[in-house]
Write a new protein. Structure first.
Length: 97
């Protein structure tokens, strides 16, 4: 597991899967070969189907969308865990209530 030139990660939320609003960012660890853990809590979850989009931005400003996940009945009082870390095209969001 590693990161290369990772400035930050962004989590966006949407009710339609098209128009997203940023709800959290996490500062990246630059370039490292160590595994790192990132987590966020959606403090204001919506009811119904909610879409979360994960993206990663390099120091040069290039952003890559890594994953869009739809979650039904997302009124959570707990944690969203994103794995694996670092993220890849098989990224999973785990929702804990």
């Amino acid at each position: 597991m590693s990161e290369t030139n990772n400035s930050f990660f962004t989590i966006d939320r949407s009710t339609d899967g098209i128009y997203f609003t940023t709800i959290a960012t996490a500062v990246g660890h630059g370039t490292t070969s160590q595994a790192n853990i990132y987590s966020i809590i959606d403090e204001n979850p919506f009811s119904g189907t909610v879409y979360y989009r994960l993206s990663q931005t390099d120091y040069n400003g290039v952003t890559e969308i890594l994953s869009i996940i739809g979650q039904t009945n997302c009124m959570l009082s707990g944690l969203v865990l994103v794995s694996p870390n670092p993220f890849d095209r098989t990224t999973t969001l785990h929702f804990f209530q």
